[in-house]
Design a protein around this ligand. Structure first.
Ligand code: UD1
Length: 370
């Protein structure tokens, strides 16, 4: 029996590990799969609701580290995760995505000589002011197996000198979850509860430090919201970071006064997918939403200057615009008036990424013994 520890920490990790969990379960005669939750995200609406929606069991181990500066959070996770590896002695540590939990556990595993696997490797924004970019680069340099979602990831890793034998283009586990739960999400009553009509509202999420940690950028976002028709509701599930900063910068009243903007608490996975699938377009700075909207063919306006997921712009329905107020308003209104670019689903985003990944990990573990 071999032991694989998968790490989750923050909201975008849960839908990536869920299909892997299910796939490992099919091989439970040879793999013991342990889920460690670092506790980076701890609010019920940022964490537990996702475990429920994604039918994930309670994490086997909860580290409960909570929030802090990047260094404090990363260090706390490292201290706690080291104890787990000492006790469990896993054969593989699997990390997903690019959050601080990904980085912290990667460093611990590789220092303890435990083979490290990264799911969603190779993505690069080439922008080191993004904390995630540092997390991605450090993680990938330490890895024994790197699983890539799009061709740009292969190219980035090759350019960084990663041994080609370690790199596998497998598709996208986040899309595995989307495909798995799309049908079920249709029973969500959220749209109805908010009195929304299909195709007649905008969905927005904004949480990146580059957008919400500066008052003038939040003000630009307010101006963008004002640029859309007043009879076109903008649904805004608000991340705790954004909520905190809007209060801190004294902008709460201005946001509340926008008649077409409906601010709601962070929402669960099924409600969110349903909301996205029925929206006219999404306005976001998220990474994962660029991918999910691409799969769904829903136009996405990304309020960032760069993306580590270029395939979503090349073949998908994503427009990369940054905080260029007039351009965001222009493109958004074009979409409202029916003008959209053509789009396609990226290669291997077919619902079978987890299957490919688990097969390669099992082969790797079996061959290591020979
Ligand atoms: C993290 C990830 C980011 C990801 C995002 C998704 C890193 C560097 N960033 O950013 O890539 O897109 O998650 O949500 O790992 N907070 C709560 N409750 C929670 C969690 C956080 O109130 O459950 C508040 C805390 O005040 C905290 C702040 O939100 O200080 C930010 O949380 P943190 O985990 O540091 O980063 P995110 O902005 O959530």
């Amino acid at each position: 029996m071999k032991t694989v520890i998968s790490v989750v920490g923050a909201r975008p990790n849960f839908m990536k590990v869920a299909p892997l969990y299910r796939e490992f379960l099919k091989h439970k005669n040879k793999i013991e799969h342990i889920i460690v939750h670092t506790g980076q995200h701890y609010d019920e609406k940022m964490s537990k609701v996702f475990f429920d929606d994604l039918e994930l069991p309670k994490p086997d181990i909860y580290l409960g580290v909570g929030s802090g500066t990047h260094s404090v959070q990363t260090a706390k996770i490292m201290i706690e995760f080291e104890k787990i590896l000492e006790e469990k002695k896993p054969d593989v540590v699997l990390v997903v995505g690019d959050v601080n939990s990904t980085l912290a556990c990667s460093v611990v595993a590789s220092k303890m000589l435990v083979p490290l696997v990264h799911v969603e490797a190779g993505l690069r924004s080439f922008d080191n002011t993004m904390p995630e970019e540092i997390n991605r680069k450090v993680t990938d340099v330490l890895c024994d197996l790197l699983f890539v979602t799009e061709k740009s990831g292969m190219e980035n890793l090759r350019n960084e000198g990663v041994n080609a034998k370690k790199i596998h283009f497998v598709g996208n586990v986040m899309i595995d979850s989307l495909i798995q739960y799309l049908e079920k999400s249709k029973s969500s009553t959220f749209l109805h509860d908010l009195n929304l009509t299909n195709n007649k509202y905008i969905l927005t999420t904004i949480h990146r430090p580059s957008n919400v940690d500066q008052k003038d950028n939040l003000e630009k976002i307010l101006t963008i919201f004002e640029g859309f028709p007043t009879d076109f509701p903008i649904i805004f599930p608000m991340h705790p970071r954004t909520q905190k900063n809007i209060g801190l910068f004294g902008l709460k009243e201005r946001f509340d006064n926008l008649k077409n903007v409906k601010i709601v608490e962070p929402i669960g996975y099924l409600d969110f997918i349903n909301l996205m699938a029925n929206s006219k377009f999404v306005l976001t700075d998220s990474g994962g939403i660029q991918e999910e909207s691409t799969y769904l063919g829903i136009p996405c306006i990304t309020m960032r200057d760069n993306t580590e997921r270029p395939i979503t712009v090349e073949v998908g329905s994503n427009y990369l615009i940054g905080l260029n107020i007039s351009e965001v308003i222009k493109i958004g209104n074009n979409i409202i008036n029916g003008k959209m670019k053509s789009h396609a689903i990226p290669e291997l985003w077919d619902g079978h990424a987890a299957e490919r990944i688990v097969k390669i990990i099992i082969d790797y573990l079996e061959n290591k013994n020979n």
